[in-house]
Write a protein that binds this ligand. Sequence first.
Ligand code: DCS
Length: 282
Amino acid sequence: MAKMLFHDQIIERESRVNIEDRAYQFGDGIYEVIGVYDGKPFMMDEHLDRLKRSANEIQLKLPYQMDDFRSNLEELVENNELYEGIIYLQVSRGVGPRWHEFPDPDVSPVTVAYTRAEERKTDLEEKGGVAVLTEDIRWLRCDIKTLNLLPNVLAKQKAVEHNAVEAILHRDGIVTEASASNVFMVKDGTLYTHPANNYILNGITRQKIIERCDALDMKVNEEPFTVDDMLAADEVFITATKSDIIPILQIDNHKIAAGVPGAMTLRILEEFRSLIRELTET
Ligand code: DCS
């Protein structure tokens, strides 16, 4: 039987929900999705740092130290014998009578985590996929990884209905990110991606790629670009936990360049894979 983390205990997995949990009623909470490769969580500390930042931004006091989160999640992965997949971690503001304002200060946040086995999407990473474009109708604090994901759900559903892997979002013609991933484009040998401000989630995969490109002297400009710039780009790719890097070959009816995965995208994919190998071989 699979196990889950509930507060700071590893228990048998169950799906009982307290109907007055604020995550359930208001989406009042935060989360992280952490990739696991060969039984090892990838960039756990970076994910936990972001969780801490999200908590601060919504004035939620995390009930445990980062070290406790880390060891509990490692224990969960071990207990579930997870080899390839993800850890889902959520912290809600807690359980209390349904009033919009924060509950009584002694209501403690509810931490839950579980794991899910997931194959690596190597084929999609190498061959790429198509995307749709849709308007970014989210709020103005997309930098916080909150549980309020309805606009993302609607965007992704549109992608699925068009047999696309992702929905790329734009705000007044500026490309922000995608429903559950960040967007990069390549033009004349330079990478472009939206700056990490309130309009996007600063993806851990995104940050790692920028860091790696800097080390390799590949130029990355964190500056906004338009939908037209993207459609005229040499390469487009998306990044996220576990799906890593996916080349985008076509957006709506527009082919990106020759409609095949680009050389820089594949080079970055190879670099990213070597980071994962460094993790799994140590
Ligand atoms: N942008 C959004 C809106 C996301 O939801 C995600 C991740 C990203 C960017 C990429 O961030 P990471 O590189 O840190 O994963 N979404 C997670 C999710 O909800 N499911 O899988 C990944």
